[in-house]
Write a protein that binds this ligand. Structure first.
Ligand code: FAD
Length: 385
């Protein structure tokens, strides 16, 4: 698709985009299928991405990061998506750099930031965030995982599921109750260092309908002793607020992924319908094909325009969570519809996994579910009516 130049782009960001693109094409794309089959990307890929500057780009240099802005993160995430790695390395890297590293930066004590962020930037430490439990997803304040104080440590007990990077993670920000009578006010965030956590166990790497190379796991915590020094921000009961503050950025990243996927779907489909013939003429000569693609392209452009506006606001420090919730539900809903329409134009080939449109279709579905379901987004928006 002829690219609309985003108003937040700069020359420096264009150079970063080119570098990321070249790196991903050379170093990661050749492994894509193998990673899909393995259900996880190679551990070494994380270090390679770190060395190439693709991790923690907006974390200050003082903590080993790239010293850039969230625009640097967004450019990297867009290129990972365009390389067809959004449902593999992309989702994991997004959680690592855009979510976990920013939790540590925003709430960590100086000692915590010095201890963990440099390793995250190099890819030596892989980050995960564990909120969801088998019985609690959307209703986060009802988590049952407990962290009971015992001298200079917490004793962590509970079970998590659907955790991105679950198999590879070295640092897991665990949402737990330090006060099980306190509702949202009893929630705290504890950082579990998996290398030294007897009682911590990784469960199954779950099989999914898409995002095959992205390890999504069950995690178990049985009497895991977590040092008091690993309580994020050093104050109990702040976990719920800490989670909420970061949401606008997480939703924006999700919406941006939706835009990239739509743009790719339109490009792939436009190329296909110019080549493929039926009844003696290219599919593009049928008015239905033209109209469907005209609609798809329009949706992609509207979505990009909306997300660009959010990005400008985020960089100016004025993005509100409600607008981000609107972008999250609308772009992901539209992504699923647009990709479905595009896939239809491929006929049977669209259903074959060797065609990239099939991968886009399968990877898209979860966008309406994670980062807060689209129903929860609408609830949040409705509260502002
Ligand atoms: C591939 C993948 C990766 C993930 N990665 C992570 C991760 O890294 N870390 C993590 O913690 N979690 C992760 N998740 C979990 C994800 O965030 C949850 O699945 C999501 O929040 C929904 O929770 P749930 O599955 O328990 O569904 P539920 O909360 O049980 O919801 C089921 C349905 O009910 C609807 N619903 C719930 N409450 C309401 C309401 N009040 N009003 C109207 N409708 C409602 C929901 O919208 C949904 O349609 C991941 C999930 C997937 C699939």
């Amino acid at each position: 698709m002829d690219a609309r130049v985003s108003p937040w782009m700069t020359e420096e960001l264009s150079i970063l985009r080119e570098q990321a693109k070249r790196f991903l094409e050379r170093q990661f794309v050749p492994h894509r299928e193998r990673w899909d089959k393995a259900g996880v990307v190679d551990r070494d890929a994380w270090r390679a991405a770190g060395a190439a500057g693709l991790l923690c780009a907006s974390i200050p240099e003082a903590y080993g990061g790239g010293g850039g802005t969230r625009a640097h993160d967004l450019v990297i995430s867009e290129e990972i998506g365009r390389a067809g790695l959004g449902g593999g390395f992309g989702a994991g890297a997004g959680v690592h750099s855009n979510i976990v590293a920013h939790y540590l930066l925003a709430y960590g004590t100086e000692a915590q930031k010095q201890r963990w962020l440099p390793g995250m930037a190099t890819g030596d430490l892989v980050g995960a965030i564990a909120m969801t439990e088998p019985n609690t997803g959307s209703d986060l304040k009802s988590v049952r995982t407990t962290a009971r104080r015992d001298g200079d440590a917490y004793i962590l007990n509970g079970q998590k599921t659907f955790i991105t990077n679950g198999q590879n993670a070295d640092l897991i920000v665990v949402v737990a109750k330090t006060d099980s009578t306190g509702g949202a006010k009893g929630v705290s965030l504890l950082v579990v260092e998996t290398a030294n956590a007897p009682g911590f166990r990784r469960g199954r790497n779950l099989e999914k309908i898409g995002m095959h190379a992205q390890d999504t796991s069950e995690l178990f915590f049985d009497d895991v002793r977590v040092p008091r020094a690993n309580l994020l921000g050093d104050v109990e009961g702040q976990g719920f607020v800490q989670l909420m503050v970061q949401l606008a950025w997480e939703r924006l990243i999700c919406a941006s992924g939706a835009v990239v996927a739509m743009e790719m779907a339109v490009e792939l489909t436009a190329a296909y319908v110019k080549e493929r013939k039926a009844f003696g003429a290219p599919l593009l000569t049928f008015q239905n094909t033209q109209f469907k693609l005209a609609e798809a392209k329009t949706h992609a452009v509207i979505a990009r325009t909306f997300v660009d506006d959010l990005m400008v606001r985020l960089l100016a420090g004025s993005l509100d969570p409600t607008t981000a919730a609107m972008a999250k539900w609308w772009t992901t809903e539209t992504q699923c519809r647009v990709i479905d329409e595009c896939l239809q134009l491929f006929g049977g080939y669209g259903y074959m996994t060797e065609y990239p449109i099939a991968r886009l279709y399968a990877d898209a579905r979860v966008q309406k579910i994670y980062a807060g379901t689209n129903e929860i987004m609408k609830l949040l928006i409705a509260r502002t009516l």
